[in-house]
Design a protein. Structure first.
Length: 740
């Protein structure tokens, strides 16, 4: 074999290394990292010859080039010195650093690897997808044109070489400069049968995170909107820091819906704005129709870092009427919240200043939600163990509750201080001691109490102080079994506070109306959810926690507890479970016996008649083929909270797997309260494998027409991996006069 000059060897090996890079670009549409193109090349072959006459350098016999994590193999490689052209011939394969493997029979590259030709291409991508082409040509280093190409993410086996679905095209052009992939005569084939044909089709290449273009259209029929179609355009090329989306949905019964979205990032923040509008009829709560209304909504939010400690933000949620969001399937929220805020975080200190506005979009005549302006809260925490072995905390705040027109307005200023210490003694006894004190000042205008009693002043001012000391002790006892351990832990807590006048009409109640008593707040210093009402006097809280914990991760644990008040006063509403000296019994049972059997059951029992005040159950049961999720709740009425009737509902969701790929799903929501009946039912038929999914769902809602929710909904959805979900339309049928 003639000796090659050092320059020829360097040029030959460098050129062969470039083959790997360009070959990868051609078949996977990925950009090579500059750092990898500069890595050294390990080269080997059985023979290496130089022909002076033909000006060629030929490597033959198991040719292999290794550069970084790339491996290129071929039967033979020929470098033409005079034309600066490289040929790779026979059983060509390339493994790249991402796990993609490409095969070809013949590759030629020229003009510093900017132009090239590939024959009989097959690419197996790391995600299981495969791509083929009869031939591919590369031009000017930026454009690759593939002929008779196919793409599929489905598995292909030797027994059945035909995938479940694939895309075929006469020509595919990938332009790395414009970062686009264009198809000519593209066809979607399913089980060998052409389903969809398009003369042209285009999308961004995988290196593009966003690109302007038309959005996939949708269509359907709705009992309220009628027949509709929806299309849109995404403006992704405005600039790197902003984009926008515009959609239009013409309907036969509910006008034309226009939607827009704007997103923008700044150096120290971001904003997102979503809005829509339509001109259509509106159904009122009483069933009457208000014709020809201009309607719309706006959702917006923003976050901004002012400096290293302060940040500010806003959230806006407003809608023209209660029905609008559900009618056009924009949101299912019941209460919309708008807020502007600023907050500071420094060490263990936290400060928040905000203003909030609420819009209730639930059906029925409900009182207007008040505005909170301002709402200020400042919290400070000391070092753990820094004060008498415990940690201190300090808080200060202000709140303004303002109602438009007629209604009670309240301004409140508060200061509180506390200390807590936790100890574990050598005998296993655990104690938590705490002391808290607070002061509140109220200024009230147009007092709600004065509306009921004209003898009371409409405008009042009142200061109030409160302190509480508490001690909680528990003694866990552990018994080790062969494959598990049992824990029995009695818990006792005592709290004492000075007496206050619970009937003081100068102190309004804005944040402590709905009282809930359960295992979470049994040992709290006050069982009221807010500040306006405070629990006073002496009380004793006690309970027992029992648990069995298996070494295999299974467990069952039960807690039962009660509270006793030593002062014969009634500061809690009837039905809360705390209105008597001896409270209701509250408990919680958690069970996890396997991944198919688990549950969480909470209960509240009246101590006088052992009647049930509250049940809450969440359970999961089943096996590999069948499983059911159960959600059940029963809550008795509580005086003064607005819930004057007991509430009882059960929600069931289940799945039944016919095999690994096919399954059925169903669910139902049943109201068993004062007005029992079916509220929602759903049934579905589903299929999914590694590259294709199918779902047919039927759902029936029994709601008031004024809610905007549709009656019966039929949905069909088909999904193709790496392409997206294609919604095959939606049909909604009104329940009419059916009472369910």
């Amino acid at each position: 074999m003639p000796d090659l000059s050092l320059l020829e060897k360097q040029k030959f090996f460098g050129t062969l290394a470039a083959v790997a890079v360009v070959f990868l670009l051609s078949v996977t549409a990925a950009s090579a990292a500059p750092s990898q193109t500069k890595q050294p090349v390990n080269f080997q072959s059985k023979t290496l010859s130089h022909d002076d006459v033909k000006q060629t350098v030929t490597a033959s016999g198991d040719v292999e080039l290794i550069q970084g994590e790339r491996i290129l193999r071929a039967d033979k490689m020929v470098y033409h010195l005079d034309t600066d052209t490289v040929e790779a011939i026979g059983n060509i394969s390339l493994l790249d650093e991402h796990g993609n493997v490409s095969f070809a029979e013949y590759v030629t590259l020229s003009r510093d690897m900017k132009d090239g030709f590939i024959h009989s291409l097959l690419a197996l991508l790391a995600d299981g997808s495969r791509f083929t082409a009869t031939e591919a040509r590369r031009e000017n280093g930026v454009k690759t044109t593939m002929t008779d190409a196919t793409y599929t993410p489905c598995k292909v086996c030797e027994i059945d070489p035909h995938p479940l679905w694939q895309i075929t095209a006469d020509k595919v052009v990938h332009n790395t400069e414009t970062k686009s992939i264009d198809y000519k005569n593209a066809r979607l084939e399913f089980a060998g049968v052409p389903l969809v044909w398009s003369p042209i089709f285009s999308h961004a290449d995988p290196t593009v995170k966003r690109k302007s273009g038309f959005l996939r259209p949708s269509y359907g029929f709705d009992s309220d909107m009628g027949t509709y179609v929806e299309g849109g355009y995404y403006f992704g090329s405005i600039s790197p820091d902003k984009d926008a989306t515009v959609r239009i949905r013409p309907t036969t019964e509910a006008g034309v819906l226009l939607q827009g979205e704007w997103r923008q990032r700044f150096e120290d923040g971001r904003i997102e704005i979503e809005a829509s509008g339509a001109h259509s009829d509106r159904t009122e709560d009483d069933g009457t129709v208000d014709e020809g209304r201009n309607r719309g909504h706006i959702f917006a939010n923003g976050r901004f870092d002012l400096n290293r400690k302060w940040r500010a933000g806003f959230d806006v949620e407003r809608v023209s009427d209660k029905e609008y969001l559900r009618l056009y399937d924009i949101s299912k929220e019941n209460v919309l919240e708008s807020e502007a805020f600023a907050e500071r975080l420094a060490g263990r200190d936290y400060t928040r200043i905000s203003a909030m506005n609420f819009q209730d979009v639930r059906l029925g005549n409900r009182p207007d939600q008040p505005d909170l302006l301002p709402w200020i809260d400042h919290r400070m925490f000391g070092e753990p163990g820094g004060l008498l072995g415990g940690r201190w905390e300090f808080g200060a705040g202000a709140l303004g509750v303002r109602r438009e027109g007629v209604g009670q307005d309240v301004q409140r200023a508060s200061v509180d201080i506390g200390w807590e210490r936790r100890d574990i003694f050598p005998i296993g006894l655990t104690t938590t001691a705490s002391m808290q004190g607070r002061g509140d000042f109220y200024a009230v205008q147009d007092s709600a109490a004065a509306l009921l009693n004209p003898l009371l002043d409409e405008d009042t001012q009142k200061a109030r102080g409160m302190a509480v000391a508490s001690l909680i002790a528990s003694y866990p006892m552990v018994k080790r079994l062969e494959k598990a351990q049992v824990v029995v832990e009695p818990v006792v807590g005592a709290s004492i506070s000075p007496h206050i006048d619970e009937n003081d009409t100068d102190i309004p109640n804005e944040d402590s109306i709905d009282t809930e008593f359960d295992t979470n707040n049994l040992f709290s210093n006050t069982r009221f959810p807010g500040i306006d009402r405070q629990e006073d006097g002496a009380r004793l809280n006690y309970g027992m926690r029992v648990g069995a914990y298996g070494d295999n991760g299974r467990y069952a644990k039960l807690f039962v507890g009660q509270s006793y008040r030593f002062d014969d006063d009634n500061v809690f509403p009837n039905g809360s479970g705390l209105e008597d000296d001896a409270s209701d019994i509250v408990g919680q049972l958690n069970v996890s016996l396997s991944k198919y059997l688990s549950g969480d059951y909470r209960f509240q029992i009246d101590t006088e008649n052992l009647g049930i005040r509250r049940h809450e159950l969440q359970a999961h049961v089943g096996n590999d083929r069948f499983n059911v999720d159960t959600h059940y709740i029963y809550i008795d009425k509580i005086a003064g909270t607005g819930f004057n009737e007991s509430r009882q509902q059960i929600l069931l969701d289940g799945k039944y797997y016919l095999d690994e790929k096919w399954w059925l799903n169903g669910g139902t929501l049943v109201d068993m309260g004062e007005e029992p009946g079916l509220r929602k039912a759903q049934f579905g038929f589903n299929y999914a494998d590694e590259c294709f999914s199918f779902s047919a769902q039927a759902q029936r809602n029994l709601m008031s027409e004024a809610s905007g929710d549709s009656g019966t909904v039929l949905m069909l959805r088909v999904g193709f991996k790496n392409i997206g979900d294609f919604n095959a339309g939606e049909i909604e049928i009104s329940p009419g006069n059916d009472d369910g």
